[in-house]
Design a protein around this ligand. Structure first.
Ligand code: AP5
Ligand code: MG
Ligand code: ZN
Length: 214
């Protein structure tokens, strides 16, 4: 199964993508996580991405598209994958469609996790992220069992650099300008599913699996 997660920054794409990946035994591919891992590792890609990310801007398509297409060509993607944070622009979506067409493949679902802007800023300020394994927590809604320690891998949790309120506002503006048009793109493609992302995260997951099939 090949799934795309759509939704505003902080809608819960990563939270749900991790659960989907576990349930269906497919890799969770987050372009944001790949960039953050590269920043942490001090790579050239990471340095390039950081300047955009810290300002809430998108990393340019010419960097992002090649990186993602490489990733989904790897062996572990043969049985499908869940994409989180890609595509984020119409050119990214078109490149993905084209690349898959070339292999006689297509995406199965684009899951739009719908959350209004008003709920986003509060979610972001309470988020804690693990930069080692990509797990995400919330100090109130999804707390780790030990404060500031990742349940999955034991590393320390951090507040992401781009989760400051003013950067979150910028990311929301960029989302509405550049990413929201993908909802119509995938509706036209006939694979769009919209779920109410304001529900409890377990209920959101139940709504998603009801559509995907258990
Ligand atoms: P990325 O890492 O993808 O960030 P994002 O899209 O802004 O999304 P987030 O990770 O912030 O939110 P999320 O939807 O995953 O929510 P989460 O599950 O954590 O991208 C970062 C940057 O990288 C971009 O700004 C850009 O610069 C660059 N980039 C990445 N991909 C790119 C691309 N394709 N092209 C160009 N540039 C790219 O949940 C948020 C919080 O809410 C958590 O604390 C969570 O615990 C909590 N929560 C989740 N669900 C619920 C719920 N139902 N109820 C209550 N709380 C909940
Ligand atoms: Mg995320
Ligand atoms: Zn971790």
């Amino acid at each position: 199964m090949k799934i795309i997660m759509l939704g505003a920054p902080g809608a819960g794409k990563g939270t749900q993508a991790k659960k989907i990946a576990e349930q269906y035994g497919i890799p969770h591919i987050s372009t944001g996580d790949i960039f953050r891992a590269n920043i942490k590792g001090g790579t050239e890609l990471g340095m390039k991405a950081k300047s955009y990310m810290d300002q809430g801007q998108l990393v340019p398509d010419d960097v992002t598209i090649g990186m993602l297409l490489d990733r989904i060509s790897q062996e572990d993607c043969k049985g499908g994958y869940v994409l989180d944070g890609f595509p984020r622009t119409i050119p990214q979506a078109e490149s993905l469609t084209e690349a898959l067409n070339g292999r006689g493949e297509k995406m199965d679902y684009a899951v739009n996790v719908d959350v209004p802007d008003t709920a986003i800023v509060e979610r972001m300020s309470g988020r804690r992220a693990c930069l080692s394994c990509g797990a995400t927590y919330h100090i109130r809604y999804n707390a780790p069992s030990k404060e500031n320690v990742c349940d999955a891998c034991g590393q320390a949790l951090v507040l992401r650099d781009d989760d400051k309120p003013e950067t979150v506002q910028k990311r929301l503006t960029v989302y509405h300008d550049q990413t929201q048009p993908l909802i119509e793109y995938y509706q036209k493609a006939g694979i769009l599913v919209t779920v109410d992302g304001t529900k409890d995260l377990h209920d959101v997951f139940a709504d998603i699996t009801a559509v995907l099939g258990a």
